[in-house]
Design a protein around this ligand. Structure first.
Ligand SMILES: [Zn+2]
Ligand SMILES: [Zn+2]
Length: 112
């Protein structure tokens, strides 16, 4: 069963690798936490993203009480891009650093 699933995933990644058009929508995989600027490499287990890919480290997500300060949505653990795909689909190198006004953010949450 497990092997079958793995086989299916192998086929999917092969499709991605051999597709000729580059119009695949992919996650940016931003390099740092938007709040504290901590490094979050593509395989970081601490990286969390919201539905718009606002990216924060786990500690900051806790601080934000799991609510994205930009869009008001929740967070999920960022998936790790498979290593064979990194060459063709490199992760983002654009640093997004917008420190959050935590106090105001928490107040906003309270007033909801
Ligand atoms: Zn952080
Ligand atoms: Zn967001």
């Amino acid at each position: 069963m497990y092997r079958e699933q793995f086989g299916a995933w192998g086929a999917i990644s092969l499709n991605y690798l051999t597709r000729s058009d580059d119009k695949i929508n992919m996650l940016e995989i931003r390099p740092t936490c938007e709040n504290c600027n901590k490094d979050l490499p593509y395989d970081s287990k601490e990286a969390m993203i919201c539905t718009f890919e606002c990216t924060y480290c786990k500690a900051c997500v806790d601080l934000l009480q799991h609510v994205c300060p930009n869009c008001g949505g929740g967070f999920e653990k960022r998936p790790i891009r498979p290593t064979p795909l990194l060459k063709k689909y490199p992760v983002s190198t654009t640093i997004v650093h917008n420190p959050v006004a935590i106090k105001a953010h928490l107040q906003k949450l309270k007033s909801k």
